[in-house]
Design a protein around this ligand. Sequence first.
Ligand code: 2AM
Ligand code: CA
Length: 265
Amino acid sequence: MTDWKTIYEDAKHWIYEAGERIRESLQQELTVDTKSNRNDLVTNVDRETEQYFIERIKEKYPSHVILGEEGFGDEVKSTDGIIWIIDPIDGTVNFVHQQTFFCISIAVYEDGVGKVGLVYDVMHDELFEARKGEGAYVDGKRLNVLRPVNLEDSILSINATWLTPNKRIDHERLVPLVKVARGFRSYGSAALELAYVACGRLDAYMTMRLSSWDFAAGWVLLEEVGGVLTTVEGEPVQLLGQTSVFAAERTTHEAIQRDYILPTK
Ligand code: 2AM
Ligand code: CA
């Protein structure tokens, strides 16, 4: 039988250690390259951190599959079995430009079901963690189940990209939502923004293009506090491939879908 407690403890130990290495790496000069476009950055630290996790996971759990953003893991075509989903640095643009507001995101799924989710804010030394059925925690303190919120009292997170003309959504659909909310934030790290929804700092997070390593750990956190994560259209999210993501407490999620997203279809 799978020993989830040990997997969880190993993941936690490795994430803290990797965070320490990232903080130390800031003393040295970064090598920054671009990937799909000039704003899609990757550094030597993203690569080295992913390799750090892969070495340890492969040594201790040779039968587990690894899906990592930087491609050092396995080629994953199915969600069968135990899969580690790793984003070594989520928020690389922040890492390069600001040296803060980035995190390590580690999730472990079994047959497509999230079992472990860890989001570590490296510079604030803040760890969000959850095990399926065991609740979600920040720095060891249990997070409360989320409560519904009036949209007028809410803080929403949407990247400004989606509020300008773009090929994924009619941006005008989102304007009424931004106008009705009390405030609107964009942190530039999807995993951290999902963790912030899970702990109530944000009331909803919406984006049009994520990969599983950006949301897999945040999804486990959210499920433990009564949060819901779907596509923007309210459909189930697929773990493999790119997807839009809309996350909020269950009733808030329903209200935004009903009053703002679906009527304008
Ligand atoms: P990253 O820093 O790991 O690339 C920025 O709004 C958020 O979206 C970050 O979490 C960022 O992850 C993610 N992101 C940026 N570009 C992306 C892309 N082309 N596909 C998927 N996720 C992306
Ligand atoms: Ca990344």
